[in-house]
Design a protein. Structure first.
Length: 605
């Protein structure tokens, strides 16, 4: 019996494939099972189109046998088998796909979906096997054949006997080495685990030691009318998507130029590692029920990274190992449809079940806000109607749309105030004017809030304005300052600014203050709260907002300040330092020298 060499470049490709193309050795079983499924698809098609071929449904199954003593793993199908010529063509030339040729020859598209299209999957067996034997018989041949190879040195083909058509593939599993425990592939539990992971939804029964292992018909291929909420929740649990119950499931079937099915879940609670680098987003990706990727990140934008579930399509362009997708229009089309579907379902939940939506938002609202801010705001219009903020009117959560609809007629802007909590914001001097006018404002209490609001800029042509900003838009409606008072205070304010040096951009009399004697506001793009957040990061230590110190001219403190300026400059400087220190404390900003501040307060007392 003469050993034949693989055809041109095949030896090099085989070596490359065994060591480089596949990232996980366990993939070999997925590939061999998929090939067996292909073979039975072809036989099934032949039986339906040729009256001379008998059809026995019970014959269409895949058997897997383990022989630990002889270190063999055998995969048996009752499919179409191969003639000698087909053995030469399909197994003698790596990357020759019999399945692809079969599809093209028979112009198959709908109803009979062939999984394999590239022909290298069979050779993944050599990642775990020292020797591979193929025993096969075609219904078009009276003779059966045995193909055998130990890898890149070539293969042999000889005649043999086999009663019925089909193929048996026997792998002689490698001995353990320092890097891999090949004994795992001779264990029932491990083989069962691999089948459930990758091939659970192959349409034919897969039997391991006479027990059917796979589910065969996936839930997402069933009609929605056949399924209950309990069915969907059970699948969520079985797939270990979470320990909670999903707030919502989305089951969709698209049958157009690109066909796919998707089953998506919106969890109720976030994973413990959700806001860490360890969290991996992505949907499971199947091709005709065969798992291709466990985490296809390209199917979800970051702001919807909380979504769990899967996509199954027969129209994706896969690379030769099926483990990576080509970044083509099919994938982009599916991803775009999925994100639109998720958005619409979240909007429906928001409008139809506010309590459930707020529970979802408590877990994942921060991620939506990050989505507004990141990528230079490219996704802000998609996300803005999903956002919720607590507001001052009743301390409840409100959408931006609801805020605008409930604004007083004379209110021109969407107001907000940033701080650690609503309670602290309510005590801040900057909100006094808005409260007096009866203008509601949003509480921004999470680190990302103000960054997201700044990225939005406007909503329904209403501009966002910070109540701690230099330009609130309330100035024209606030109390007018007496011109004589402004003129007579100018020198004193200039002296305060000079004394504080570069700590503040300016010192002014305030129009916004009612009860408090002093406050800090900002001008420019960077707010005081944003400064605090950025300074807490390693790279943001030198970040500083442009601060303005405002003094309330109606407060008794102003009179003392004015008197000290005219009569006692040392006391004036003391008052200035204390007022600035008070403003820092109100904003939660650190003092350069808290001991010195305490000493100055003591001196004043």
């Amino acid at each position: 019996m003469t050993k034949k060499a693989f055809q041109a470049e095949s030896r090099r490709l085989l070596d490359l494939m065994i060591h480089s193309i596949y990232t996980h050795r366990e993939i070999f079983l997925r590939e061999l099972i998929s090939n067996a499924s292909d073979a039975m698809d072809k036989m099934y098609y032949r039986a339906l189109t040729d009256d001379q071929i008998p059809f026995h449904k019970d014959d269409y199954l895949i058997d897997i046998h383990i022989d630990k003593e002889n270190r063999s793993l055998r995969i048996v199908d009752h499919g179409i088998g191969m003639t000698k010529e087909e053995l030469e063509e399909n197994l003698g030339t790596i990357a020759k796909s019999g399945s692809q040729s079969f599809k093209e020859t028979n112009e198959i598209r709908d109803g009979y979906d062939i999984i394999g299209q590239f022909g290298v999957g069979f050779y993944s067996a050599f990642m775990v096997a020292d020797k591979v034997t193929v025993l096969t018989k075609s219904p078009d041949s009276e003779t059966a054949y045995r193909w055998e190879s130990e890898g890149t040195d070539g293969y042999t083909i000889e005649e043999t006997h086999k009663d019925a058509h089909g193929t048996e593939i026997t792998l002689i599993i490698k001995e353990n080495d320092e890097e891999e425990s090949y004994d795992d592939y001779l264990e029932n539990d491990r083989i069962r685990q691999i089948i459930k992971k990758y091939s659970d939804f192959i349409r034919y029964p897969i039997r391991l030691e006479e027990e059917t292992v796979n589910s065969m018909v996936p839930i997402w291929r069933k009609n929605k009318s056949e399924l209950t909420t309990e069915d969907y929740n059970n699948f969520y649990s079985e797939k270990h998507y979470g320990f909670d119950e999903p707030i919502k499931y989305i089951h969709t079937n698209v049958d157009g130029s690109i066909r796919y099915r998707a089953l998506l879940y919106i969890p109720e609670s976030r994973p413990f590692d959700y806001y860490t680098r360890d969290y991996e987003k992505g949907l499971e990706l199947y091709s005709n029920g065969v798992l291709i990727m466990e985490k296809s990140a390209d199917l979800l934008p970051d702001h919807f990274s909380f979504v769990k579930g899967l996509v199954d399509s027969e129209d994706l362009s896969l690379n030769i190992s099926r483990e990576m997708l080509q970044h083509d229009r099919q994938l982009k089309f599916i991803a775009k449809n999925i994100r639109n579907k998720i958005k619409n379902e979240l909007l429906n939940l928001l409008n139809e079940n506010r309590e459930r939506y707020e529970a979802f938002y408590d877990a994942f609202g921060r991620q939506l806000k990050y989505g507004v801010y990141t990528d230079y705001g490219v996704n802000k219009e998609e996300i803005q109607d999903l956002l919720l903020f607590q507001w001052s009117k009743d301390k409840k959560l409100v959408t931006l749309k609801e805020y605008v609809e409930n604004m007083p007629e004379d209110q021109s802007y969407i107001y907000y105030a940033a701080g650690e909590s609503a309670e602290k914001i309510d005590k801040s001097p900057q909100v006094e004017a808005a409260v007096e006018k009866g203008y509601p404002f949003l509480y921004l209490t999470e680190e990302v809030d103000e960054f997201a609001i700044n990225m939005l800029g406007t909503y329904e042509e209403k501009e966002f304005r910070s109540l701690a900003g230099n330009d609130t838009g309330l100035e024209s409606e606030e109390k007018e300052l007496d011109k004589d008072l402004e003129e007579e205070s100018a020198d004193m304010l200039a002296a305060m600014k000079e004394h504080l040096n570069d700590k503040v951009q300016d010192v002014r009399l305030s129009k916004r203050l009612r009860k408090h004697p002093v406050c800090l506001i900002f001008e420019g793009e960077l707010s005081i709260e944003m400064e605090k957040i950025l300074r807490s990061m390693p790279e943001g230590q030198n970040v500083a907002a442009q601060k303005i110190l405002e003094i309330n001219p109606d407060h008794t403190v102003y009179k003392s300040l004015k008197m000290s300026y005219n009569n006692d400059r040392e006391k004036f400087h003391l008052y200035t330092d204390i007022l600035y220190g008070q403003a820092l404390l109100i904003e939660g900003l650190p003092m350069e020298d808290p001991v010195d501040f305490a000493d100055k307060v003591s001196r004043l007392m």
